[in-house]
Design a protein around this ligand. Sequence first.
Ligand SMILES: CC(C)(COP(=O)(O)OP(=O)(O)OC[C@H]1O[C@@H](n2cnc3c(N)ncnc32)[C@H](O)[C@@H]1OP(=O)(O)O)[C@@H](O)C(=O)NCCC(=O)NCCS
Length: 196
Amino acid sequence: MTESSAPRLDPPPVPIKTERLELRYITPADIDGLRYYTDPEVCRYLPFPPADEAALVTRVANMASRMAPSEPDEALALGVVQDGDLVGDLMLRLRTRADDQSPPAVAEVGWCFAPSHAGRGLATEAATALITLAFDYYPLHRIYASLDPRNERSAALCERLGMTREAHLRRDFPEPDGSWTDTVTYGLLREEWPQG
Ligand SMILES: CC(C)(COP(=O)(O)OP(=O)(O)OC[C@H]1O[C@@H](n2cnc3c(N)ncnc32)[C@H](O)[C@@H]1OP(=O)(O)O)[C@@H](O)C(=O)NCCC(=O)NCCS
C-alpha cells in the first residue's frame, strides 16, 4: 500500500449527547456491557461468530483503541450509554479516498445493540448522531452500510435513517459452513442528509 502524505485527522469531538443517550469512547471496563457479543442471536448476521470470553476481551480492547481514525480501514468505535448503562455500540470505518494526499471520503457504518434495549428507537437516535458527526467532522461525501438481506431490523434502521438500498450482491459472502450469503448495500450521500 502507498504511504499516505495526508495529515492525520484529529480525534472527533466525543462524547456526544442526544436526547436520551451519550455516545462515548469504549474502555476495557465496558466488557460486561458488551457481553451481547457472546449472544448467537445478536451475532446471527454479523461477519464474525459469537465471542467466547477470550475473544470478547480482544474485541473490547480493539474497540477501545478505535478513537481517532484517519486512514482507510481505520475506525471509530463508540459506546452508546443510557442512564449509565451501555446499551449498544456504533462503528464508523473510513474506507476510500481519492488519492494518497487526501483523507478518506467514503465511510462505512455499523451498529449493534443489546436485545434488552431493542425496539425503542435508541439505535435510530444513536446512528443519527453518528452520521451527523461523520458528515460534520470528516470530509465524507458518502456513507454506506453492508448487511445480510435477512437482517430485517438492520435494513429497517437504514431506511429510518433515510439511506437508499443501492445494491443486492448475490452469494458474495462466505459463511463458516462453506455456503455463501448475499449482501445488500445501503448508501447515503452528504447532500441527502438533512443536516449535511
Ligand atoms: C440492527 C439493530 C441495531 C436494530 O435495532 P432496533 O431495536 O430494531 O432499532 P431501534 O433502536 O432504532 O428501534 C426501532 C423500533 O423502535 C420503534 N421506535 C420507538 N420509538 C422510536 C423513535 N423515537 N425513533 C425511531 N423508532 C422508534 C420503531 O418503530 C421500531 O419498532 P419495531 O421494532 O416495532 O419496528 C439491532 O437489531 C441489532 O443490534 N442487531 C444485532 C446486530 C446487527 O445485526 N447489527 C447490524 C449488522 S449489519
